[in-house]
Design a protein around this ligand. Structure first.
Ligand SMILES: *Cc1c(COP(=O)(O)O)cnc(C)c1O
Length: 385
């Protein structure tokens, strides 16, 4: 008899989501905007402001997706056709695609080995080279991949040196922090995603995080078709239909109530894997490099050293798949994607290496003890531990 599927990461409702959705139905507020949207924004603002460090104002605009938020972030930073925008190569395509929407050019940069995110040394090299070729990049898209904060201080230092704003792609990192301050609040503009497989979900949605109320208002203006203040439909700018719906936001309000609980459960999954692999030589389980980092462990990832284990990552993935357990290779770096093959890249091969050896393991906050036992047995059997 086939056992039920263990997913990489699946939606996990806390219980009150439906109450907020029902309220929207009762008020017949089945539309973009509405009380749940405002409520959800306030919930996120309160959550992100709750940092140990100095109080930076946090303003949040709820949008239809993380991709939409990245698109608006680039527009707000005045990215135009033929501009260049630096982007971490090791990421999901949604980090880079909005650069193309604007007719700008992505310049991809490699990762470093501690957080697997943007490498400050390669970043500096890339910027200097682009400037020497006559173009200073307009923005830097840095990603907290799999919830692990990038080297916030080092990256910020490079960005400040050249006066280039950072777009902080925190789509996978709601609930993570660096030196006690929440991810999403470091960049000139931060981005969140509430897609189905993320740490919390609204079935689909995203948010833009800024530190000025006027910028939030501008983002909402653009996200609601850029309507001028007039009784008729009047437009002096190109607008978008990017606002979150009141129904989706209702799900988000319920999800915010269980966010920290779900982060803790995912962190426990990371500890579980550290334990399982502790006696398997040649497999690295990624976790925080030091106490400055707090990772939501959206997904736990490993890398398999074939020279030591005698087995490769793909054999392991297929073995788990046969047990009805979903594992997935890491994001394929953007500079290796056919669609971006002609774009500039600065690096020394780390992202490629990680793509070959790395694997994401089931990490959901809703996994049960019997799921963990299946995972442990499968891993031990495959690696002969
Ligand atoms: C999911 C994701 C996005 C896009 O978010 P959507 O809400 O799916 O549009 C962007 N960047 C990263 C790193 C992501 O993981």
């Amino acid at each position: 008899m086939e056992q039920s599927k263990i997913w990489l990461s699946s939606p996990h409702m806390g219980g009150t989501e439906q109450k907020f959705v029902n309220e929207a139905f009762d008020a017949n507020w089945i539309a973009p905007l509405g009380p749940n949207v405002t409520g959800f924004e306030i919930d996120i603002e309160n959550y992100l402001s709750n940092s140990k460090h100095e109080e930076t104002p946090v303003h949040v605009a709820a949008l239809s997706s993380g991709t939409a938020a990245l698109h608006l972030a680039l527009i707000l930073l005045d990215v135009k056709p033929n501009d260049e925008v630096i982007c971490q190569s090791m990421t999901f395509a949604a980090s880079a695609n909005p650069i193309m929407y604007l007719g700008a050019t992505p310049v991809f940069v490699d990762s470093e080995k501690d957080t697997l995110n943007l490498c400050p040394i390669q970043l500096e090299k890339a910027i200097e080279d682009r400037i020497s070729k006559g173009k200073k990049p307009k923005a830097i898209i840095a990603v907290h991949l799999y919830g692990m904060p990038y080297k916030v201080d080092d990256i910020q230092q490079v960005a400040d040196k050249f006066g280039i704003p950072i777009i902080e792609d925190s789509a996978e990192a709601l609930g993570s922090s660096y030196k006690g301050r929440k991810c999403g609040t470091f960049g000139e503009i931060g981005v969140l995603s509430f897609n189905g497989n993320k740490i919390i979900t609204t079935s689909g949605g995203g948010a833009l995080i800024v530190n000025k109320k006027a910028v939030k208002q501008k983002a909402i203006f653009l996200a609601t078709q850029a309507r001028d203040d007039a009784p008729h439909y009047q437009h002096t700018e190109i607008g978008y239909n990017y606002r979150l719906s009141n129904i989706s936001a209702g799900i988000g309000r319920g999800q915010m109530e269980v966010l920290d609980k779900h982060v803790n459960l995912r962190r426990e999954m990371n500890l579980f894997y550290q334990d399982v692999f502790s006696n398997i030589e040649g497999v690295t389980v990624y976790s925080e490099p030091n106490d400055d980092y707090f990772c939501n462990n959206w997904l736990t990832i490993i890398s398999v050293d074939e020279n030591i284990t005698g087995k490769n990552r793909e054999e392991f993935r297929l073995y788990m798949e046969a047990l009805n357990i979903e594992c997935r290779p890491l994001w394929k770096p953007m500079h290796l994607q056919p669609v971006f093959k002609n774009m500039p890249f600065y690096g020394n091969g780390l992202a490629e290496e990680l793509f070959e050896s790395g694997l994401c393991l089931p990490s959901g906050s809703n996994l049960a003890n019997q799921d963990r036992e299946r995972l442990r047995t499968g891993i031990n059997e495959f690696f002969g531990a």
